[in-house]
Design a protein around this ligand. Structure first.
Ligand code: GLP
Length: 244
């Protein structure tokens, strides 16, 4: 779905999210949200914060799972996704700390497989993800599922593509400071969500959005797998839609 502005898109998505949370609350069920980082979802988080502060939307019964985390970054690092999520969302709403889940950037290499299995199990134990939001990287990745990621991949360590590291370089004051690996939910983990919403803003995303939506479904563009999900939508602004 194409919107004139990102603000209109996130207003709709946040209203849908609020409706999901309120209907689950009424039914006495928790709401499980899959969350993403990057510049793209920040406006959405700002709208959720506004709904919390101005319209009393409660996150007391919300459980969150983030897509990914850089390997080697402690929580306190200002570019860690743990830090990003607290700064941009969790510190401003009434979510319970024990309901917040992100992969850890600091488990030792030997512990990574067990850590990833525990992450998968925690999602299953929570009842699965009700709504997963996504951005899209220049390589077509969702989460950090770089080209070559199989459709049925699960949470695992992954080596970051050079293009992805270049895009992250300004935030890290140079590419040499960008981690070379990450832990990410797999494509299969993401595709198991009941609903998926991929957001993209600006003409810089137009080419990769076109490949994801209209290109062949394959591991070159992991976002193309969304074409085979029965409840996945793209919320994009007009400039991101120009190559469709
Ligand atoms: C990183 C994140 C992705 C995100 C992508 C695009 O690679 N792991 O989840 O979608 O960046 O970032 P941005 O939204 O800043 O364009």
């Amino acid at each position: 779905e194409t919107f004139d502005t990102p603000e209109l898109a996130v207003a709709k998505l946040a209203a849908e999210t609020a409706e999901l949370i309120r209907s689950n609350d009424a039914a006495g069920k928790p709401t499980v949200l899959g969350l993403a980082t990057g510049a793209t979802p920040i406006r959405y988080y700002q709208e959720l914060i506004r709904l919390h502060k101005e319209e009393g939307l409660s996150f007391q019964n919300v459980i969150t799972f983030n897509l990914d985390e850089y390997a080697g970054l402690p929580r306190e690092h200002k570019e860690s996704y743990w830090f990003f999520m607290h700064h941009n969302l969790f510190d401003h709403i009434d979510i319970k700390p024990e309901n917040i889940n992100l992969p850890s950037g600091t488990v030792s290499d030997a512990e990574i497989p067990a850590h990833c299995e525990e992450y998968e199990q925690a999602i299953i134990d929570a009842g699965g993800i009700d709504q997963q939001i996504l951005g899209i990287g220049r390589t077509g990745h969702i989460g950090f599922n770089e080209p070559g990621s199989p459709k049925d991949s699960l949470t695992r360590a992954i080596t970051l593509d050079e293009i992805t590291r270049e895009d992250a370089a300004p935030a890290f004051d140079g590419i040499d400071n960008v981690p070379t690996a990450a832990i990410t939910m797999g494509c299969g983990t993401i595709l198991a969500a009941k609903r998926i919403v991929l957001m993209a803003w600006g003409e810089g995303k137009a080419s990769i959005v076109q490949k994801a939506v209209q290109g062949p479904v394959n591991d070159i563009v992991s976002a193309s797998y969304l074409q085979e999900h029965d409840n996945a939508v793209f919320y994009i602004d007009q400039p991101a839609s120009t190559e469709l």
